[in-house]
Design a protein around this ligand. Structure first.
Ligand code: FES
Ligand code: FES
Length: 172
């Protein structure tokens, strides 16, 4: 079928699979992944690059997919949270589960993917450095104490259970 004026054909690697798609020229990578590729772990929230729920890896680097046009990343390899866990949970995802580091969990796929990428880039990264890396990933439930506990597990600084947090602490 011929392309419309506002369409373009792109080739991408998505979670290790070659994919050719016809997309709108103004279509974000977030839209393409969710609506054309069924990657619903890539989540829409702010849409302006400040929350990190839409985090994916583009050629290994964590990026906000709401800020990227699909046409801009043609030819790249994109990894989504689903893709990173195709065969088994990643070590970061396992650390989040073991630390019960979530409430609604909306932020967690992007958070765990960014943490995994940072750890793979620098296996000696400390938990404070990891927290800095994740500064652009926000949790609207305020699960930060549990998230820090997960990051401590990830870098091997802790195997203790997640800290108990009161409702007042979470909502203050
Ligand atoms: S939805 Fe992309 S950074 Fe918030
Ligand atoms: S656990 Fe709900 S947004 Fe983070």
């Amino acid at each position: 079928m011929p392309l419309e004026d506002d369409e373009i054909e792109v080739h991408l690697g998505i979670d290790g699979h070659e994919r050719t798609m016809t997309v709108r020229t103004d279509e974000t990578l977030l839209e393409s992944l969710r609506e054309r590729c069924d990657r619903t772990s890539v989540r829409y929230s702010c849409g302006i690059g400040v929350c990190g729920t839409c985090t994916v890896l583009v050629d290994g680097d964590a990026k906000s997919s709401c800020l990227l046009l699909t046409a801009m990343v043609a030819g790249s390899d994109v990894t989504t949270p689903e893709g990173s866990a195709e065969e088994a949970l990643t070590t970061a995802q396992r650390a989040f589960v073991e630390a019960s580091a979530f409430q609604c969990s909306y932020c967690i796929p992007g958070m765990a993917l960014a943490a995994q990428a940072a750890r793979e880039r620098d296996p000696g990264i400390t938990v404070d450095e990891l927290c800095d890396e994740l500064a652009g990933n926000l949790c609207r439930c305020g699960s930060y104490p549990q998230i820090r506990a997960a990051l401590e597990r990830l870098v091997g600084e802790s195997t203790s259970p997640a800290p108990a947090v009161t409702f007042e602490e979470l909502t203050s």
